[in-house]
Write a protein of this length. Structure first.
Length: 102
C-alpha cells in the first residue's frame, strides 16, 4: 500500500507519509479491533490498462462482538504488475461506529 491521504472529514483522515506509518498508524490499529479475519466477496471487477477497479463486500466482527458488514470499492494502479497507489472507498460512518477512531 502506498502512503498518501485518507480523505474525508473523520477521525482517520490525514496524510500518511510512508509505508511504515500506513501499516502502524492505520492498518494495525484497524485490524486490532477485528475479532476475526475479513471475509471478502468480490462483486465486480473492471480492468482498464493498468487500472483495476474492484467492488467487494466484507463481513467481520469487532472485538466487542458487533457485526461489521462493510462495502468497498478499491481502485488500484498496477504499472508493470506492481500495485502503486490504492484508493479505497467505504462506509466511514460504519467504520467509526463499529471500530472507533485512532
Amino acid at each position: 500500500m502506498s502512503p498518501g491521504p485518507v480523505t474525508g472529514a473523520h477521525a482517520w483522515s490525514r496524510t500518511y507519509t510512508g509505508r511504515p506509518e500506513v501499516v502502524q498508524d492505520l492498518l494495525l490499529k484497524i485490524l486490532s479491533r477485528i475479532a476475526q479475519p475479513f471475509r471478502p466477496v468480490v462483486r465486480g471487477m473492471v480492468v482498464v490498462g493498468d487500472v483495476v477497479i474492484v467492488e467487494l463486500d466484507a463481513q467481520a466482527t469487532s472485538v466487542d462482538s458487533r457485526p461489521y458488514p462493510q462495502n468497498y470499492c478499491w481502485i488500484l494502479t498496477m504499472p508493470g504488475g506492481s500495485i502503486v497507489p490504492v484508493r479505497e472507498y467505504l462506509d466511514s460512518a460504519l467504520a467509526l461506529r463499529v471500530l472507533g477512531g485512532p
